[in-house]
Design a protein around this ligand. Structure first.
Ligand code: PLP
Length: 226
């Protein structure tokens, strides 16, 4: 029997021991039905990642009886969906632009809850992904720190597609060092205790480099519909 034929529960049983307890395992359930989330929940998973707000809400409605799920938003967030994201998600990993940070601040000031946030950073140029490059982030950090209502907890990064593993390892280490450097600076509000990195293809390297949250989709749920 090949890995592809295993049930979600069997996959989780195999993969979970490969992620240290100190690292939060987020099961990325985007494009998978609520029934798949329920199976993963029954196998012990409590953190789920979604990349579209409407899709996440539909699944939350179906899974209302599972009260202790922590929902993570990992996709590009359109500004007009911000309020829903604040109300529905406990984490947003993909805070990727100053404009979105300002909108979150505005809504939180008006009473919306503020999820935990990660700043999405690109450590290599990647036209297909949003996020700050390192120098752009340096420019925006002072204003982000001044937006007092935000619960920035750390950084998130996604590697460019198809890198050789040595290069992946180098970028993960660079991300860890960059996060450490930010943590050593004295910010009024920003915190950098979290580093969200590692997906199905590369998470062992990310964990070795010091990831605190891995986001695993296909390795737990199987291939997604295109
Ligand atoms: C889809 C997605 C994942 C999961 O990717 P897999 O390769 O299926 O593990 C992780 N992070 C983000 C931001 C994603 O969009």
């Amino acid at each position: 029997m090949s890995f592809e034929d295993l049930s979600i529960a069997d996959r989780i049983a195999k993969i979970r021991p490969t992620v240290p307890d100190s690292v939060r395992l987020i099961a990325v359930s985007k494009l998978k039905p609520a029934s798949a989330i329920r199976q993963a929940y029954e196998a012990g998973i409590r953190d789920f990642g979604e990349s579209r707000i409407q899709e996440a809400i539909a699944k939350q409605e179906e899974l209302q009886d599972l009260e202790d799920i922590t929902w993570h938003f990992i996709g590009h967030l359109q500004t007009n969906k911000t309020k829903l994201a604040l109300e529905r998600m406990q984490w947003i990993h993909s805070l990727d632009r100053l404009k979105l940070a300002r909108e979150i601040q505005r809504l939180v000031a008006k009473g919306s809850p503020c999820p935990n946030l990660c700043l999405q950073v690109k450590f290599r140029p990647d036209a297909n992904k949003s996020g700050w490059d390192w120098s752009g982030l340096q420019q925006d950090l002072p204003e982000l720190d001044d937006l007092g209502g935000l619960k920035v907890r750390g950084l998130m990064t996604i590697l460019p597609f198809g890198l050789p593993s040595q290069e992946s390892q180098a970028i993960f280490q660079e991300a860890r060092q960059s996060c450490d450097r930010l943590q050593q600076q004295s910010w009024r509000h920003l915190q950098f205790s979290e580093l969200s990195m590692g997906m199905s293809e590369d998470y062992p390297l990310a964990v070795d480099a010091g990831s605190t949250m891995v986001r695993l989709g296909r390795i737990l749920f199987g291939d997604r519909p295109k």
